[in-house]
Design a protein around this ligand. Structure first.
Ligand code: ZN
Ligand code: ZN
Length: 378
């Protein structure tokens, strides 16, 4: 890969024009035209359906399947990702994934195409306005170069985008009696919305939110970004565990891509969904919190401080044991040894509960110590 100063990079005028003109059509032109010719519900439905299909193809397909291989899926699903992903006008699977793998391998460095260290707007959109000297670097995507669907889509990406991404909504609009409205709502508005919600992950989810899994990385968990991106906003988790097919790991986290992939599994169209062990996730979360609370722990009165330290050690041990038991129960289940699996699963659950109890004890002890301190100062 080449090292070059950002100022040395020539401007990419095709990208600049595309990314500045599409919002003009999606905003003022669409408003003016809708005002002139009238609004119908089908326009909103067309926008929503096409937004969902191409957004999902980027999140569950380009990102979680092709870039991270966090699960396996059938060629039918891969074709869905290839076609509707091309609709999103974010380059081919091959180029997108190679760039994204650089973002994970060299985060916040010269080779991270959308490094947040170069500023919010660089990470959001300005990186696309310049020719990336490593834009054609695909050596980190040799697996994808062997995938015939990826190779086919890389060759025909622009044709799919132009013919299907713009012509299809225009035709649907024509069916409802207003071809231009179809193009504006299902083409331009949809592309701009998918663009900026995806871009938001590189900018906003590296700037605002909680650093629950790694306080040294700029990646943050941001639920608002998750709302617009089919679940991609839980970015602190994603950077820590990129191989996990989920981004929103708690059952209630807004992560439609995770639910889509799980549904595909039930339909027999996806398999080998990779998941990080729960004790590993919870221990990581605890270690980051311990680091954040260290100053407070150090201020605790001697007896209370010792109790807290003891509980942290016990929680660590229990999480480690739970990690081992988790692996064993997965093994037993795969071997089909039902009785052994249930037995190990029971002790795994009990150990995990114990780890959680100890950690809750640490937090309660810290709170009671703070309360006592507050009472004294009151
Ligand atoms: Zn990132
Ligand atoms: Zn990623």
């Amino acid at each position: 890969m080449t090292e070059a100063k950002l100022t040395d990079r020539p401007k990419d005028w095709t990208n600049i024009l595309f990314l500045t003109l599409t919002p003009v059509f999606a905003g003022p032109v669409l408003i003016w035209y809708t005002y002139k010719t009238g609004f119908s519900l089908w326009m909103l439905v067309l926008f929503t359906v096409m937004y969902s299909l191409s957004g999902l193809a980027i999140c569950a397909g380009y990102h979680r399947y092709f870039s991270h291989k966090s699960y396996e899926c059938s060629p039918i699903i891969q074709m869905f990702y290839a076609i509707f992903g091309a609709f999103a006008a974010q380059n081919s699977i091959l180029k997108w994934s190679a760039g994204h793998r650089r973002h994970h391998t060299f985060p916040e460095s010269e080779w991270d195409p959308y490094s947040i260290k170069r500023g919010f707007w660089w990470a959001h959109i300005l990186w696309i306005f310049h020719v990336d000297p490593d834009g054609n670097y695909i050596d980190n995507a040799r697996d994808l170069q062997k995938n015939p669907i990826v190779v086919w889509q890389n060759r025909w990406y622009k044709a799919i985008l132009l013919i299907a991404g713009f012509a299809l909504p225009t035709l649907i609009g024509a069916y409802f009696g207003n071809a231009i409205a179809g193009l504006l709502w299902g083409g331009f508005l949809r592309i701009v919305m998918v663009h900026h919600s995806t871009f938001m992950i590189n900018s906003l989810a590296h700037t605002l939110g909680t650093q629950e899994y790694d306080d040294e990385s700029t990646a943050r968990d941001n639920w608002a970004a998750a709302l617009l991106t089919f679940g991609e906003g839980y970015h602190s988790f994603h950077h820590k565990f990129p191989a996990d097919f989920r981004n929103g790991v708690r059952w209630y986290d807004w992560d439609p891509a995770k639910w889509f992939i799980t549904s595909m599994k039930f339909l027999g169209l996806a398999s080998n969904l990779r998941m990080t062990a729960t004790p590993t996730i919870e221990r990581t979360r605890m270690e980051v919190a311990v680091k954040r609370l260290q100053a407070k722990i150090d201020q605790a009165p001697k007896q209370r401080g010792m109790e807290i330290q003891e509980r942290i050690i016990k929680a660590r041990d229990a999480f480690s044991t739970a990690m081992v038991l988790w692996g064993k129960q997965v093994e037993e289940r795969a071997k089909g040894r039902s009785a052994q699996w249930k037995e190990i699963r029971a002790s795994y659950r009990a150990t995990l509960k114990e780890a959680r109890r100890e950690w809750r004890g640490v937090l309660a002890a810290l709170n009671s110590f703070s309360d006592a301190k507050a009472d004294r100062t009151a």
